[in-house]
Ligand binder design. Structure first.
Ligand code: HEC
Length: 414
């Protein structure tokens, strides 16, 4: 019952995360676009009021006229809309998912003994430490004198992010490392909103209400952080979908691949932001695409050696007869033949270049450790093998069900 409940929490959490993430990134894209399309006000009295730019648009059968004040209006309107809950709920739902999937399930999804044999609690503490520590270092750098040099700061941040990516990939499973990297960037983005942009806006609003001049430092600092957020959006979205692509996180150079995607995402965003402003040079976009092409070539699957194919000889494998009594050896054979043709480091199933979802059943250890997932996918839900391409028999599903019901031991009936 508990796993079923957790599955629901995961489903609802993911749904929410997706929805609020769209709302956040969508409004962020919109405001960047709006800012970059503003034209000087056409009517002189608007300019006199302090309007610095305006934009006309049509959407959903209505005409909209947005005006941006150079600093602030002389008098604030009664209703002023803030954009913050999109960011906060994205972070909260993201942390909920991280906790539910990667921290509660640390032994399966976060720790990979072949990378580093960490105790689950230690792994979770390290993961959380990266999120907090990453923000503290980033925030300190932005506030330091270096913060005034946008180019140098961006270059240093890229190097530090690279170091974090490398370190995470030395500590966690590829998936776990990637998702913590994404959570690190996402945390920085949301903390920028929570600790810098919104407080600054509150001070600006309060100053306007008092009739005091607005401190331009608040505007500048908010701008610096929101520029960073703009260029981090595409990288963070890559990480969120990356767990479907084991060819990235499962590769020996996974951290380099990750940083290549960060670079490509930022470059492509640079192009789009410049394009909003008119005459954009296509160079950043082309550079971004070239980076991706280079990654694609670098990680292309090589012709594989015969020794890398699964341990069970599929030629002599006999399907389990209905009613036959199976033991653990049979379970290993069944999973190897019916599942590991796709779920292996080097899949043998035609059309599969990397293990789907990063799930691998290379040996008996892998099978015992992931007994629950095997059971859920192939017995309970019966959605694996995909399309039953490997012709799994009902008797084999029953054998896995019996094995799981007996606690999925490695010496079952032996
Ligand atoms: C023909 C290829 C193929 C075979 C054979 C196959 N799978 Fe899969 N498996 C997939 C694909 C595709 C996915 C989806 C990955 C994704 O969601 O990105 C997947 C995902 C999974 C997942 C992860 C599900 C999740 O939601 O995280 C598990 C666990 C799994 N398979 C178990 C099995 C088991 C057990 C078998 C054998 C009974 C099996 N698979 C056979 C292709 C295959």
């Amino acid at each position: 019952m508990l796993p079923y409940l957790l599955e629901w929490l995961s489903l609802l959490g993911r749904w929410l995360h997706f929805i609020v993430g769209i709302a956040w990134i969508g409004s962020s894209f919109y405001f960047v676009w709006l800012d970059n399309h503003l034209e000087p006000p056409k009517i002189k009295s608007d300019g006199d009021k302090g309007v610095g730019g305006e934009l006309w648009s049509v959407h959903g059968g209505g005409f909209y006229h947005a005006q941006k004040y150079a600093v602030a209006p002389a008098q604030l309107p009664e209703t002023l809309h803030w954009f913050k809950w999109e960011a906060y709920t994205t972070w909260l739902s993201g942390m909920f998912l991280l906790g539910l999937i990667y921290w509660l399930g640390a032994d399966v999804y976060l720790v990979d003994a072949s990378v580093r044999d960490l105790a689950p609690g230690v792994a979770v503490a390290i993961g959380a430490g990266f999120l907090v520590g990453g923000w503290l270092v980033y925030d300190l750098l932005c506030r330091s004198p270096l913060g005034h040099n946008a180019g140098a700061l961006s270059a240093l941040l890229y190097v530090l992010l690279g170091a974090a990516a490398w370190a995470l990939c030395q500590l966690f499973s590829g998936r776990g490392a990637y998702i913590h990297f994404g959570a690190l960037i996402g945390t920085i983005m949301v903390a920028n909103v929570f600790f810098v942009i919104i407080p600054g806006q509150k001070r600006m609003v309060a100053a306007t209400q008092r009739g005091d001049p607005v401190n331009p430092e608040d505007g500048l600092r908010g701008k610096q952080r929101s520029v960073h957020n703009t260029y981090l959006t595409l990288p963070v979205l890559f990480v969120m979908i990356s767990n479907h692509y084991a060819m990235t996180f499962g590769h020996a150079w996974n951290w380099l691949i990750l940083m290549a995607f960060v670079l490509a995402g930022a470059l492509i965003r640079v192009y789009f932001v410049a394009r909003h402003k008119g005459n954009a040079s296509p160079v950043p976009a082309i550079a971004g695409v070239l980076v991706l092409a280079a990654v694609a070539i670098a990680i292309a699957p090589r012709p594989r050696a015969a020794a890398e194919t699964p341990v069970v000889d599929t030629a002599t494998f006999e399907a389990l007869a209905p009613g036959a009594t199976a033991n653990f050896d049979d379970i290993v054979k069944i999973v190897t033949v019916r599942c590991a043709s796709c779920h292996a480091d080097v899949p043998t199933q035609p059309g599969w270049v990397s293990p789907p979802g990063g799930v691998v059943f290379n040996d008996a250890d892998d099978i015992v450790r992931q007994a629950r997932d095997i059971y859920e996918q192939s017995v309970e839900a019966q959605i694996m093998p995909v399309g039953n391409l490997t012709h799994m028999r009902d008797a084999e599903r029953e054998a896995i069900g019996d094995w799981f019901a007996d606690g999925a031991p490695a010496d079952w009936r032996q």
